[in-house]
Design a protein around this ligand. Structure first.
Ligand code: UT7
Length: 336
């Protein structure tokens, strides 16, 4: 048997820069309540959402991703041509093939390896885990991880369970080599028994149908059984957050920033309580005016905390995301 040559990469990886793109249109609760027989008061009480951002016709998955990525690359002190791998986490790029990652790489000006991953709301944290391993294995030097969603394309605006929650946007991070560990071990997993809790109602065959049994002809919209997901997220995810801290050897006293998936303010509060986070830990609360942007929510929230001075360079941050699948991923990172 011939011996193969293999690669070894950097001893450690870190996030070198973060960027975000938020759609221009801000949509208050008053604009969504009529179609779902709801109220501003109910939405704020149950989810903490006051407004959300919905993309306009020009704000495509690709456009938002490129805008967020340019900022992340610039803040990492790099040129787009230096990016040699692009990982895009999304569930709302509406072509099953090819991946939107190749178009994003091309528009940025790199012929990097480029592919999409599908892990719904936890996609960005999955992407950061992959990027860290890719850099440490030597398969690429600089990996761009994008979390992007244009969920309004797959939202049924008359569905009481989803129309007020989901939103659009993009966040990006560049991962590269570091002298010290900047990305802790990932703690990730899934619970496929709960596959149906958040899913598209139909697949494309149901939409198209057959000559004998015509399909619905309607876009396969996103559906969610919110309450069981709420209970799972509020209790099970705090344990995963603690495991990610333990895996990185970080105590609660050493934690500066908590960036959970921005699904619902009550889940964020329940997790913080259950993890007994000290009052000194700064908590991301971007959901209040951005809504739930699935794969984009963690990088959007982190970018905002950096911009507003709540997360400072060198701070230790816990990222955790969870959603359809059900799937989840968490890791501790150093803020760039
Ligand atoms: O991002 C991926 C992961 N997703 C999540 O983590 C989301 C998790 N789930 C949630 O955030 C919450 O479950 C929601 C905010 C979606 C819903 O809040 P809830 O406290 O779980 O409400 P519920 O579904 O238990 O409904 C409570 C009541 C029901 O009425 P009754 O039976 O108590 O009379 C519903 O019919 O509220 C009613 N309701 C509504 N009322 C006004 C349900 N949806 C609405 C609505 N407006 N949109």
């Amino acid at each position: 048997m011939a011996a193969l040559t293999t690669t070894t990469g950097a001893p450690h990886a870190a996030i070198l820069g973060v960027g975000a793109y938020r759609p221009v249109r801000l949509v208050p609760n008053s604009d969504v309540v009529d179609a779902i027989d709801s109220s501003d008061e109910w939405i704020q009480q149950r989810s903490g959402i006051k407004t959300r951002r919905w993309a306009g016709p020009e704000e495509s998955v690709q456009m938002m991703s490129v805008a967020a990525s340019r900022l992340a690359i610039e803040r990492a002190g790099l040129e787009p041509g230096q990016i040699d791998c692009v990982v895009v986490a999304t569930v709302s790029h509406l072509l099953q093939t090819p991946a939107v990652a190749t178009a994003i790489a091309h528009e940025l000006g790199t012929d990097a390896a480029a592919f999409d991953i599908s892990a719904a709301c936890s996609g960005f944290c999955h992407g950061v885990a992959l990027a860290s391993d890719i850099v440490r294995a030597g398969s690429a030097r600089y990996v761009l991880v994008v979390g992007v969603e244009r969920l309004t394309d797959i939202l049924d605006l008359t569905d009481r369970g989803t129309a007020f929650i989901f939103a659009d946007g993009a966040g990006a991070a560049v991962v590269g080599a570091s002298d010290t560990p900047g990305i802790g071990p990932v703690v990730w997993g899934s619970d496929g028994e709960q596959f149906d809790l958040i899913r598209q109602r139909e697949d494309w065959r149901d939409v198209v149908g057959t000559p004998d049994a015509p399909g619905s002809g309607v876009m396969p919209h996103l559906t969610m059984q919110g309450n069981p997901v709420f209970r799972w997220a509020s209790f099970a995810m705090a344990k995963i957050g603690q495991q990610a801290l333990d895996a990185a050897g970080i105590t609660l006293d050493e934690l500066d920033v908590f960036v959970p998936h921005q699904a619902n303010m009550r889940i964020i509060d329940a997790m913080a309580r259950s993890m007994k986070l000290p009052s000194t830990v700064k908590i991301a609360r971007d959901v209040a005016d951005q809504g739930n942007t699935s794969a984009a929510s963690v990088p959007l929230a982190l970018d905002r905390m950096i911009a507003e001075g709540d997360a400072k360079s060198g701070d230790t941050a816990l990222l955790i995301a969870f959603g359809a699948g059900l799937s989840y991923a968490a890791q501790v990172v150093t803020v760039p």
